[in-house]
Design a protein around this ligand. Structure first.
Ligand SMILES: NC(=O)c1ccc[n+]([C@@H]2O[C@H](COP(=O)([O-])OP(=O)(O)OC[C@H]3O[C@@H](n4cnc5c(N)ncnc54)[C@H](O)[C@@H]3O)[C@@H](O)[C@H]2O)c1
Length: 488
C-alpha cells in the first residue's frame, strides 16, 4: 500500500522542459487530473529538434484552458529562475529541462554543460532558498554506461559514464544528494529508459527510422542489430512521475536489520549464476567450523547482520556483513570440488580495494576457542563506525529510481513491429521493401549495447511498474505520425 505524503491539489508545480516530450505529457496529465492545481512551465525551446513540435505541444496544453503559465527562458539564466521562484512559489519542482541525446554530446558538449549542469545547479539553488516540498528530476539509464550486470539496479556502481550526457546526469544525482543532505531538500532522481510515444522526440531511433523509411532512405541499425533496449511508453513514464511526485523521501535511515545488501558485484551475469549455485551448495553443507561460527553469530545477535556464503565480484566469502564492510574467512580453504580461480592473497587485495576488511580465522581457532573468535568479531564491529557511502543509507531525504519497462526488446524485433504498425497506420504501403532500406552498421561512440531496468524498488514503494507492450505503444505512435504528417 503506497503512502503518499504530498497532495497535488492546491499546489503550484513547476515543470522545467515543459515543451519537451515528457514535460508536455506530464503537464497535460497534471492539468487534466488534478483540480485546483497551478502548473508553471519553463522551456527555452531549443532547436535540437523541430521547434514546431514543441509549439504544438504547448498549444495543446493551452487549449485545456486550465491554470497554466508558460515562461520561455533558459534554466541556465539564474536571475530568471530566482524571479520565477519568487513570483510563483512552486512547492513541487519537476526538472525535465536538459540537453538530451547521447550522440549530440559528442559534437555539442557546451549545450550539456549549460542546461544540465548550470541549469540544474540554478534549480537546486532556488530550491535551497525557497521552501520546496519535493524536487523530482530526470536522470537517465545512460548512467549505467557499459555495465555488464543486468538488469540495471540503482544499487549498482555507476561511476563509469561513456558519454558526456551520462556524466551530466550522474552529476545531477550527486549534486542533488549534496543539496538534500546540506539543506534538507527532499529529492528524487528518476532514471528513465528509452521513452517513446506519440509526438515524441524526432532524434530517437523509432522516430528517425520512421522519417527515413517514409522518405525512402536507408535506416542504419547499430551494433548490427545486437542491441537491446528497455523501451518505455510515455504514459507509463508520466504515471511513474505523478506517483513519485506525491511522495517525498524522508530523512530517516531505512537500513533493514540485515543492512542493505550491496555486496553482490560481479562482472559477468553468467559467472554470477555459477557462483550463486556454488554459494548455495556451500551454505547447505558448511564445514564444522563454519557451522559453529554461524551458530555463535546467531546466538550473539550478529546473525541478522551477517550473511553466509556471499558473492563479492568473483569470490565467495564465508561470512559477510555490509553494514560494517567486513568479511570473515574461516581457514581460507574451499569446500571439496570447488576450486577458486584466484588466490587467497588476490582475493584479500581485491576486498581491500573495495573497502572491506577481511577477518581470517583458522579452523582450529574457531573450533578450539570460539569465545575468543567471537570477541574479536564483536570488538571489530563495535569499534567500527558505520561506513558512509555505499552500503549504508544515510539520513538524507534522497532517492533514485529506475523507470523502465523491465523487459528489453531486441532492436531487430523492435524494427519489425515498427514496420508492421507503420503499414497498418497507412504511413507506409503494404508492399514496402523494408529489406532494401536496412543497413546493419557498427556501434556508435557513446552508445551501449543493452539497457534493462530493475524496477523492484519502484514497485515496492509505488505499487507500479511500466507495462505497456511495445506493439501497443508503437501502434499509438504510428497512428499519431500518420495524422501529423498526412499533409506532407
Ligand atoms: N526521452 C527519453 O528517452 C529519456 C531517457 C532518459 C532521460 N531523459 C531525460 O528526461 C528529460 C526530458 O526528456 P525529453 O525526452 O522530454 O526531451 P526533450 O528534448 O523533448 O525535452 C527537454 C526540453 O528541455 C528544454 N530545454 C533544454 N535546455 C533547456 C534550458 N537550458 N532551459 C529550459 N529548457 C531547456 C528543451 O527545449 C526541451 O523542450 C530530460 O532531462 C532527458 O535527459 C529522457
Amino acid at each position: 500500500m503506497v503512502k503518499y505524503n504530498i497532495a497535488l491539489e492546491g499546489k503550484t508545480v513547476l515543470v522545467t522542459g515543459a515543451a519537451g516530450f515528457i514535460g508536455s505529457n506530464l503537464v497535460m496529465r497534471l492539468l487534466k487530473d488534478y483540480n485546483d492545481i497551478k502548473v508553471v512551465g519553463i522551456d527555452s525551446m531549443t532547436d535540437y529538434y523541430d521547434v514546431n513540435l514543441k509549439k504544438e505541444r504547448l498549444e495543446k496544453i493551452e487549449a485545456l484552458g486550465r491554470n497554466w503559465t508558460f515562461i520561455e527562458e533558459s534554466i541556465a539564466n539564474k536571475a530568471c529562475i530566482d524571479q520565477l521562484f519568487a513570483d510563483h512559489k512552486p512547492t513541487i519542482v519537476v526538472n525535465l529541462a536538459a540537453q538530451a541525446g547521447v550522440r549530440y554530446s559528442i559534437t555539442n558538449p557546451d549545450a550539456y554543460i549549460e542546461s544540465n549542469l548550470i541549469g540544474f545547479y540554478n534549480i537546486l539553488e532556488a530550491c535551497r532558498h525557497h521552501t520546496v516540498e519535493h524536487l523530482v528530476y530526470a536522470s537517465s539509464s545512460s548512467v549505467y554506461g557499459s555495465n555488464k550486470k543486468v538488469p540495471y539496479s540503482t544499487d549498482d556502481k555507476v561511476d563509469n559514464p561513456v558519454s558526456l550526457y551520462a556524466a551530466t546526469k550522474k552529476s545531477n544525482e550527486l549534486m542533488a544528494h549534496a543539496y538534500s543532505k546540506l539543506y534538507n531538500i527532499p529529492s528524487t532522481g528518476l532514471r528513465f529508459f528509452t521513452v517513446y510515444g506519440p509526438a515524441g522526440r524526432p532524434d530517437m531511433a523509432y522516430f528517425g527510422f520512421t522519417n527515413k523509411l517514409r522518405e525512402g532512405k536507408t535506416i542504419q541499425i547499430f551494433n548490427y542489430g545486437n542491441c537491446k533496449r528497455d523501451f518505455t511508453y510515455i504514459d507509463d513514464i508520466v504515471e511513474g512521475i505523478v506517483r513519485v511526485m506525491q511522495h517525498a523521501p524522508e530523512a530517516s535511515p531505512k537500513s533493514s536489520p540485515k543492512g542493505k545488501d550491496l555486496g553482490i558485484h560481479t562482472a559477468d551475469p553468467m559467472m554470477y549464476e555459477v557462483l550463486k549455485e556454488r554459494a548455495e551448495k556451500m551454505r547447505k553443507n558448511p564445514t564444522e567450523a563454519e557451522s559453529a561460527l554461524w551458530n555463535a553469530l546467531k546466538a550473539n545477535g550478529l546473525g541478522v547482520k551477517f550473511r553466509q556464503q556471499h558473492i563479492i565480484e568473483d569470490f565467495i566469502v564465508d561470512f559477510y556483513c555490509n553494514e560494517y564492510k567486513v568479511t570473515i574467512e574461516v581457514d581460507g580453504k574451499y569446500h571439496g570440488t570447488f576450486t577458486q580461480t584466484k588466490s587467497d592473497d588476490e582475493r584479500t587485495a581485491r576486498l581491500i580495494e573495495l573497502g572491506y576488511t577481511e577477518l581470517r580465522f583458522t579452523n582450529e581457532e574457531v573450533l578450539g576457542d570460539l569465545d575468543n573468535v567471537l570477541k574479536k568479531i564483536k570488538t571489530f564491529c563495535s569499534g567500527t563506525p558505520f561506513p558512509s557511502g555505499e552500503g549504508r543509507e544515510e539520513a538524507v531525504p534522497y532517492k533514485v529510481y529506475n523507470i523502465g519497462n523491465n523487459s528489453p526488446e531486441n532492436l531487430l524485433d523492435f524494427v519489425t513491429i515498427l514496420q508492421e504498425e507503420l503499414v497498418a497506420a497507412g504511413v507506409l504501403p503494404a508492399d514496402y521493401d523494408f529489406e532494401s532500406h536496412k543497413e546493419l552498421v557498427p556501434m556508435q561512440p557513446g552508445d551501449v549495447p543493452v539497457t534493462y531496468a530493475d524496477t523492484t524498488p519502484l514497485e515496492q514503494d509505488f505499487g507500479f511498474r511500466p507495462s505497456t507492450p511495445l506493439r501497443q505503444g508503437l501502434q499509438a505512435f504510428a497512428k499519431w505520425y500518420a495524422g501529423y504528417y498526412k499533409e506532407v
